[in-house]
Design a protein around this ligand. Structure first.
Ligand code: ZN
Length: 466
């Protein structure tokens, strides 16, 4: 038996690991590469012909873990994709959105290249279409947490809550080949402890081999302080100034987290009641999935379900705006309001329209609650650039710009160490993936110093699981 690292090797996207045992190949995750320099890998033939792989085990619904699935199915994969029911529902939302973005991008590039009189490289066609995405959904099969599943004659799997996003999983594999029996554990993305909405990550006492993510191998999250107090401060001050508050959010998890906090502040009477618009059809759909799985929520969020008739993200003043017309009508609303819209880094989506209307108004506030990557509009605004270009216009930034830290869905360095601490003895080998080379290599050195056998695999590297 052996394991092949087909992505998330010394970088953070394109999670996909192939495990071969007794002649059968299983894939854990089928992620899309998202780093600009690695996008090309999405277009290369899959390192193992998809038709030869019988099963995909999916840890969660983020694109860097599931985003390659439609292309993979179109390239000949005809087996089962096993995931928790919540992951399946969220993956459908995420993949349909990704497919339509790719269709739009391809159409836009085609138009631009035609105008410039040149022939562009392949991305004039989408990596996959909405139709491809829909076709891939037929491959999904639900598996509940803790339920042992027989994957094939030599391999059984079990899913455990990873505490990262709704439905997210860590997966254990029980492998048998010619009298040899080995356990293999995939951490998926490890969540943070004591976060609202999702439960705490599962921990394990033993495994022969462990594949662990290392997104934050070398740093802890900045201590946010009491998030609810900070949020209440920002919203109250904005209400006094009489301006709108724009919050760029990711549709999955972050949007729900912010709604959860605002809802609690409203119910507790800690902030003035103003309309709160969730202006993202995808975030609205994702929120509905959360409501369908109350059993997966942490006790704090569950208390909202049983404590009143309300839903965990529902509170007086909350309005969902799905259509473009509804979204536009927010701008004619008189009086202060709070607007949550995507994208989370302001590089696309409805938030850009709201920024055009509000960023030049000193009474307004732009509140950042997520990481802003270099080169994004969000990062420019956060760093104080003015004017900024949005939709072809140069706009002076006069709104108040604030940031609240601490919203990451990933365990920081201390969380990763806490997860490893649960092992009663080190595994035969620990493979560090899903993290920048520098941090992963540093953590590997540190753990080797404590007697652990650690590998930081390179792209397409394989290891025997002896
Ligand atoms: Zn993730």
């Amino acid at each position: 038996m052996d394991i092949h690292f087909l992505g998330a090797t010394r970088q953070v996207t394109g999670s996909r690991y192939a495990i071969a045992s007794d002649g059968a190949i299983v894939l854990v995750d089928c992620g899309m590469f998202q780093e600009r320099a690695l996008l090309e890998r999405n277009w290369e033939p899959f390192p193992i012909p998809p038709a030869e792989i019988r099963t995909v085990l999916l840890t969660h619904a983020h694109l860097d873990h599931c985003g390659f699935i439609p292309r993979f199915v179109r390239s000949g994969f005809a087996g089962r994709i096993l995931a928790t029911p919540a992951t399946i529902e969220l993956a459908r939302i995420v993949l349909l959105d990704a497919a339509s973005i790719q269709e739009e991008d391809a159409a836009y590039k085609k138009k631009r290249h035609a105008k410039e009189g040149r022939i562009g490289p392949h991305p004039e066609v989408p990596l996959y279409t909405v139709e491809d995405a829909r076709a891939s959904f037929e491959r999904f099969e639900p598996v509940d947490y803790l339920e042992p599943v027989r994957v094939n004659a030599s391999l059984a799997a079990r899913f455990f809550d990873a505490g990262h996003i709704l439905g997210s999983s860590m997966i254990t594999l029980d492998l048998r080949e010619k009298g040899l029996r080995r356990s293999l554990l995939f951490s998926g993305d490890i969540g943070q402890w004591a976060k609202p909405i999702v439960r705490d990550p599962s921990v394990f006492a033993a495994a022969d081999y462990v594949v662990m993510e290392t997104t934050y191998a070398d740093r802890d999250h900045e201590d946010p302080g009491p998030i609810e107090d900070l949020l209440s401060g920002v919203l109250s001050e904005a209400a006094l100034r009489g301006g709108n508050v724009l919050i760029p959010v990711f549709a999955l998890e972050r949007a729900q987290e912010i709604l959860f906090y605002i809802g609690r502040l409203v119910r507790d009477g800690r902030i003035r009641r103003v309309p709160v618009f969730l202006d993202s059809p995808m975030a609205i759909e994702a929120s509905e999935v959360f409501v369908r799985y109350p059993g997966l929520l942490d006790p704090e969020a569950q208390s909202f379900l049983t404590g009143s008739e309300s839903k965990p993200f529902d509170f007086p003043g909350l309005r969902f705006t799905r259509t473009v017309e509804e979204s536009k009508s927010i701008n004619s609303y008189k009086g202060p309001c709070v607007i949550l819209a995507g994208s989370g880094m302001c590089n696309a989506g409805r938030i850009k329209h709201h920024l055009v209307h509000n960023i030049g108004r000193p009474e307004c506030t732009v509140l950042f609650v997520g990481y802003q990557a270099a080169g994004t509009l969000g990062r420019q605004i956060l760093e104080g650039k003015t004017p900024v270009r949005i939709h072809g216009q140069a706009l002076d930034v006069k709104a108040r710009i604030v940031q609240i830290h601490g919203f990451s869905g990933h365990a920081g360095r201390s969380g990763l160490l806490r997860w490893l601490d649960a092992f009663e003895k080190p595994p035969r080998s620990l493979f560090l993936t899903h993290g920048e080379a520098e941090g992963a290599l540093k953590l590997a050195e540190e753990l080797r110093g404590k007697g652990w056998a650690v590998e930081v695999p390179e792209y397409l590297e394989s290891f025997a699981l002896s």
